[in-house]
Write a protein that binds this ligand. Structure first.
Ligand code: PSU
Ligand code: MN
Length: 307
């Protein structure tokens, strides 16, 4: 394998890739910035186990001491979970300086896609993606995740996007950038904590085999873009839309009042929503990530079987 000089693939992941076995990438910003300690570490380790139970090898992705890592040890996951927001949240624009300086970085959806692709991993599971923020027509706050989905051939399995974002504009942006938005077993875009949003996805697909076939067609055609699979939170863990939307509206108000902007916006909103809903949202968040890990592992398995 001709790997990037900044990349370290851990031995188990490297062996799986070399043998054409399924691997699922996981992000580290969800650990450091997306959930509190110790639930973040516990969830990250459970997600890895779920991926193994479903026949794939997990590769949690991060930047450690200026090295791009595909596959972390338990100790490294613990380190990210404990350091939390003290670790730099690393998007595409941060990679060069962090690596040149030998620093650590927590990878977002964007940078996890970049590093997964460098390592030769096609499928990535997470909770929610970034998107077009409400009010973006004046702030221009649009997550780099959407651009990356347009330019890097990795399938991202998520539970949709939180309504801290403008979901309608997020779908418009993805359409412009040529990213297929798939509903897994649904015709509606799920809104992370809830199974519905009022917005339609581009295609409904009901099986991991069909997801793999669609992504294989996209790759074999050389389109070069990603694919977004939105998998609704299991019914029993979904939240009351009224409760969650009230918390989101309040968090957005506080965010504006406090003048928070740039990369701090999303972590602030996520943490505030979790506080305001008294831990209910954290429990839902954890369950939807498990649900996505399973679909991603089964899809990666099917994809490998097609080669
Ligand atoms: N949305 C969530 N949970 C998360 C994130 C977003 O529900 O953990 C994280 C992901 O790492 C995502 C990033 O890639 O936030 C997007 O940040 P921004 O909006 O600053 O692009
Ligand atoms: Mn932003």
């Amino acid at each position: 394998m001709n790997l990037n000089r900044f990349l370290d693939v851990n031995p188990e992941v490297a062996e799986a890739i070399a043998q054409g076995k399924p691997v699922v990438a996981l992000e580290s910003t969800i650990i450091s910035h997306g959930m509190p300690y110790p639930q973040n570490v516990e969830t990250a380790l459970n997600v890895e186990n779920i991926i193994r139970q479903n026949g794939a090898v997990p590769a949690t992705i991060a930047i450690i001491g200026g090295r791009l890592k595909a596959g972390l040890t338990k100790e490294e996951i613990e380190y990210f979970g404990k350091k939390g927001q003290a670790i730099a949240k690393a998007s595409r624009r941060d990679l060069a300086v962090l690596c040149a300086r030998g620093e650590d970085g927590a990878t977002t959806v964007t940078t996890t896609m970049i590093i997964a692709h460098m390592a030769g991993i096609q499928v990535f599971a997470t909770g929610g993606i970034g998107g077009v923020h409400r009010g973006a027509e004046t702030t221009m706050d649009i997550s780099a995740d959407l651009e990356e989905l347009g330019r890097t051939p990795v399938m991202v399995v998520c539970a949709g996007a939180k309504s801290i974002l403008d979901l309608g504009l997020t779908l418009e942006y993805l359409e412009t950038h040529g990213v297929p938005v798939i509903g897994y077993g649904t015709e509606e875009l799920p809104a992370f904590y809830t199974r519905t949003s009022g917005f339609k996805v581009d295609y409904r697909i009901d099986t991991p085999e069909e997801l793999a076939a669609a992504f294989k067609a996209q790759n074999d055609m050389g389109l070069g873009s990603g694919m977004l699979v939105t998998n609704p939170i299991p019914e029993e863990f979904s939240m009351d839309p009224k409760e969650i939307n009230a918390a989101i509206d309040r968090a957005i108000g506080e965010c504006k009042e406090q003048g928070i902007h740039g990369k701090a916006t999303t972590p602030f909103l996520l943490a505030r929503v979790a506080e305001l809903t008294g831990g209910d949202s954290l429990a839902s968040n954890i369950q939807l990530v498990y649900n996505n890990a399973k679909v991603a592992a089964l899809t990666a398995k099917s994809y490998c079987g097609m080669n």
